[in-house]
Design a protein around this ligand. Structure first.
Ligand code: ASP
Length: 191
């Protein structure tokens, strides 16, 4: 059994270019190598964007990448590396259609990969651990040592490492998943 890591970009994958601008450059394989995980992991590069520009078409493609990964019975769970700006929205978008008992865990970072003290490697290591040893149903995020359900999670800080928290102290209900119809072009948001 192995964990599948799907990379989509975000600060966790960013390094500074010669002009100082942060650009998502790291591949899934490079992110996994930095995480120093002890688990067997395979990686796939699904996207390389800043998540503040993510569209519904990006979410449709990610849903399909997760679904395709879970067709493989030797996959224990899926980890998605993602920018933090729309990480909570993507987690909910995946959870709404997720009917597989295996976990999907999203993670990211507040500091870029080439920072002197990046938080991404530990976040990814913890997310892989949560995906390899499932204890919870549904889609979750793993950030700064905490694993939180997609339902009700929100970004609450722009610099602190513990950037995500639950809006409600009580777990929200998780209704039956809906069919994964494409969202792009429905007029519900940006393409
Ligand atoms: N702008 C970045 C993104 O959401 C921020 C981050 O990853 O923390 O892609």
């Amino acid at each position: 059994m192995h964990v599948m890591v799907i990379s989509t970009g975000g600060t966790i994958a960013c390094t500074a270019g010669s002009d100082g601008a942060l650009v998502p450059t790291l591949t899934a394989a490079e992110l996994v190598a930095q995480s120093a995980t002890v688990h067997e992991v395979r990686g796939v590069d699904a996207n390389r964007i800043d998540s503040s520009s993510a569209t519904l078409a990006d979410l449709d493609r990610l849903r399909e990448a997760v679904r395709t990964s879970l067709l493989d019975a030797s996959v224990a769970g899926v980890v998605v590396t993602h920018g933090t700006d729309s990480l909570a929205e993507t987690a909910l978008g995946l959870d709404l259609v997720h009917r597989d008992p295996r976990p999907v865990i999203l993670t990211g970072a507040m500091r870029p990969a080439d920072d002197a003290a990046p938080d991404g490697p530990a976040n990814l290591r913890g997310a892989i651990e949560a995906a390899a040893h499932p204890q919870r149903a549904g889609v979750h995020i793993h950030f700064d040592g905490a694993t939180l359900p997609a339902r009700g999670v929100m970004k609450v800080a722009t610099t602190a490492h513990d950037a995500f928290a639950l809006a409600s102290p009580r777990p929200l209900p998780r209704p039956m998943p809906v069919p994964a119809a494409p969202l792009a072009g429905t007029g519900m948001g940006r393409g």
